[in-house]
Design a protein around this ligand. Sequence first.
Ligand code: TRP
Length: 474
Amino acid sequence: MVVTTGSDGITPREGWSSRSAFILAAVGSAVGLGNMWRFPAEAGENGGGAFVLFYILCVVLIGLPVLLSEVLIGRHGQSNAPESVRRMAAESNKSKGWAILADFGVLGAFMVLSFYCVVGGWVLYYMGVFADDLLTTGLAGYAFQGRPAAEVEGLLPGLFGNGALMVGLHALFLAITLFFVARGVSSGIEWVATWLMPAFFVLFLAITVYGAFTGGFGEAVAYLFTFDFSKLTGPVMLAAVGQAFFSLSLGVAGMMTYGAYVGRDVNLAGTSGIIASADTAVALIAGLCIFPIVFAAGLEANAGPGLMFQSLPLAFQDIPFGSLIGLLFFTMVFFAALTSSVSLLEAPTAWLKDRARMPRPVATGMVAGGALVLGALAAWFWETPVAGISSIGLFEGQDLFNVLDTVTSKLLMPIGAILTCIFLGWVANQRLVDGENGLSGGLHKFWLLLIRIVCPLALAAILIVGIFPSIAGG
Ligand code: TRP
């Protein structure tokens, strides 16, 4: 392997130890709370089938080409996201100002990190609940024996009502993330991915197979795959695009940062395909896991953020080995969440470390410190509409947690993706692009058509009808 130096010109550049390490880390970044928690919640709030179909369309025609573009820019630039864009712009004799697209990305990743770790804290809470339950009911027991359903359902509102506990768990989840990112790319981030992602997939398949035998499957399939096109309004389309970007870790510098650690010998198009397929498969299967339980328990599909956390514990009350399955389920979600949060912390860390010439642990600590504060505010002011903002259409009635989510997934990610496409498709010297993407012939032309024309126009249109639904008559 060729040893190149980092941006300080002295220390060797960090990187993945192999192609499979990159795939695991990138799939680890993509697969996370976005798949297990956010996807079912978004599908449920946006009417099911129409949302799901449009989501899949977005992944294939927008997400995948943008994913390839981001990884490509990162690998070409071999640096943190804004610096990678700047280098590519300089080599193309274009304005280095294009780096601003990645500056906003770094800011966006920081915002996602802040609220992501709050939800990571809820996962830790439920791991504790089930571990405790397992100790009292024993290995083979149904979960929460003798406790009324209302009490089980009340666990989540109980947590939401306890600001101090939510802040503490957020801090704990963030601290675990910090620990691994501070150790660096190959011995921290890659270590987490290579151990936890295989464990995640084993548990995920086992629990899915188990769930398939507990009934309710047919109704869930019907709900997720019946397309009622009248439900496909502007806001639903914007939500679907936002979810596709969120789930694939796009639009906010995440995959650009990981791309910089990829070796020259890796075929970027092929690996992007693997990443997007794995991510989408997990989201759809998670939907098929969660909705049967929701329907069997007579719960509403549009329960929003509480869906995974409220419906599943109820279901585990009725199935053999419920406590054990519950503990395994939330452990698996924790693994997936951690391999994603490390990527969210890495994007701003890589930037700060190079920019301020700081040692990695110091930069990691500073970014995490900022996210600690922002996330703690989001947890503390739970369900408190943000003054001034919550009267604006897109943010109607939202608290800080939801404002952070909306700003990133519905504004920063789509806009970041538009700029990335324009930069790579129109601004960058095409010689740099041609040699790098691993595509040839018709596929290469098709990808160019997507990033030059289809993605920017489609995204601009979706942004407009999503933000101003009245234009589309919705
Ligand atoms: N994709 C992750 C998930 O679905 C979240 C995530 C990780 C992310 N890194 C990102 C989202 C970078 C946007 C950008 O849980």
